[in-house]
Write a protein that binds this ligand. Sequence first.
Ligand SMILES: C[S@@+](CC[C@H](N)C(=O)[O-])C[C@H]1O[C@@H](n2cnc3c(N)ncnc32)[C@H](O)[C@@H]1O
Length: 222
Amino acid sequence: MITVHGLLGAPSDALRTDAARAVLVVGGRRHLEALGVETARSVELGRLTPALDALAALPPDADAVVVASGDPLFYGVVRRIRRAGLAVRVVPAVGSLQAAFAAVAVPWDDALLVSAHGNDPSPALKACRHHPKVGVLTDPITGFPEIVAATAGLGRVYVLAERLGEAEERVRVLDETEAASILDVAQPHVVLVLAHHPDDLDVLGVQDPIAGGIRPWQKDPA
Ligand SMILES: C[S@@+](CC[C@H](N)C(=O)[O-])C[C@H]1O[C@@H](n2cnc3c(N)ncnc32)[C@H](O)[C@@H]1O
């Protein structure tokens, strides 16, 4: 059985136990180091294809662990693993955007959650310009500076949340001027782009039966 464990911060006891027993552990370098898995028993991400090949080559009764950041079902690895024909059990962790909203006590059911990670960042950056509450997954190419540049002049407030759950975790709330002067941004990080400061009650927004809030660029919701 392949178990996909989410991880944000310290590994859970369940993850440590499963990783210690597994014949193969797949994960990013930081995650493998946090678990202390020997090189002979691990495949480091990067590229997912070699890991998928290694997982597919295992006997059906072998136990393997894949470590993914946050919730493995949210812009995570499970889609590609299942598309490769492999069955998985999923043990989620708190997602990075969920943790960032929690860090500033801002409800996120009316937020738009977008990804600029490993893809064309245009839709994510457009969302930041048009929606009052956006959570952005980033990558080393499209990160905090690019998000600040794309939203310049709109008076947005930014929550820059770096290395969530780790000893080096840092969460900064920045106005536009402050954001433009930030040079030291750690990986990984997520960014909340807000029309209101987290201390302003207007940031609480409205609870709607459909999550994701308004989409002002969709003139006709039908
Ligand atoms: C492929 S996405 C995976 C998202 C993940 N499934 C989740 O639920 O958070 C990777 C991106 O998630 C964000 N991320 C993951 N772990 C993080 C952490 N500990 N602190 C801040 N951001 C993180 C970063 O934007 C990173 O580039």
